[in-house]
Design a protein around this ligand. Sequence first.
Ligand SMILES: C[S@@+](CC[C@H](N)C(=O)[O-])C[C@H]1O[C@@H](n2cnc3c(N)ncnc32)[C@H](O)[C@@H]1O
Length: 330
Amino acid sequence: GAQCGSNILRGAHVFALIMKTGDAVSFFSDLEVKCTLWNKDFQGESLTVFYGVSDMDHTTIFCSDKPARCHLLCPSRCVGIWMVEPLYQSPSFVGVLPSLAFLQVPLAHPGHVCCLMGEDLPHCLAKEYTLQDGEVWALDKIRGKVQHIHQNTKALHLDCLKAHCFNSTKAVCTYQAQDTESPLFPPLSSLQQLLDAPCSSLGQSPCMACTWSLEEICSYQPLQRKLFYAAVRLLKCGGVLVYSSCTVTLAENEEQVAWAPQHLPLPQTEPHIGVEGILQRFSPELGWSVAEARAKDGPTQQPESPTPTLCAHQPNKDTIGFFIAKFLKS
Ligand SMILES: C[S@@+](CC[C@H](N)C(=O)[O-])C[C@H]1O[C@@H](n2cnc3c(N)ncnc32)[C@H](O)[C@@H]1O
């Protein structure tokens, strides 16, 4: 599959396959997502992404009580194939501080959070939280994701985190919820909200196949606005809302943060733009590069190069794309 191919390019190994130990395996990614399971003669458009060697056979994967190399948080998932000369080296976390650390996208949000969704959460909380800090709720509408959160919270002993499979757009209740385990909250009840929104994910890289229609991509903006609305209603005055996406469309990023203060009780102030990243775009006319933004700021910002060229300040355009905005509720 295309997703598996992308993960291999990011440095992943592959977890389960029916092979003989030591078999050489070549991986191709099915770019049109047409390959069916067990298809042995696939003729569709594909891209070879890597070569690997199978580490265990079928019997070892399914029957051995001592799998050779286990997935950190899920011992029943074992590495089946090790990549030979991967493009990126992803260090193995197998067996490394299993109750303290696991591989995740780095992201940290200290403080009180009432989270509208997220598997990242246990990781965010691992360093910062103790039970005395209050409660943290993670909501996601996909059951498998919530189960994954439960696994992570258990492994990291995060008693303060409660995860529920729930539609976050409906998380606000107008009456006092009786059940303390219910993911329904009264308005103005949380100090912090992290809205890591469902999005078109166009900032993810590498991405070899995108099968989404324009209609699908356009469907995210209204959903994000419903989630935004719920998040702001739940937030106490003076509370903090972080909105993030892993996409690069204006509709899901800049347009959303422009829309929010006009329609929700958020302050209408000039945005304070964060520190420079490798690649930054805060308004369409700035284009994609730091170089262009610096050029607009004038020569005082760049003493080392009074007349910068695009190349001089643009080390790498081929990065992931994402967007983060922080709001303080008035
Ligand atoms: C960008 S991902 C969030 C990733 C999250 N930070 C994590 O680490 O898993 C967006 C998530 O929103 C969830 N989602 C989409 N619509 C939702 C809704 N109405 N209510 C709750 N979760 C929703 C999706 O299932 C997806 O897992």
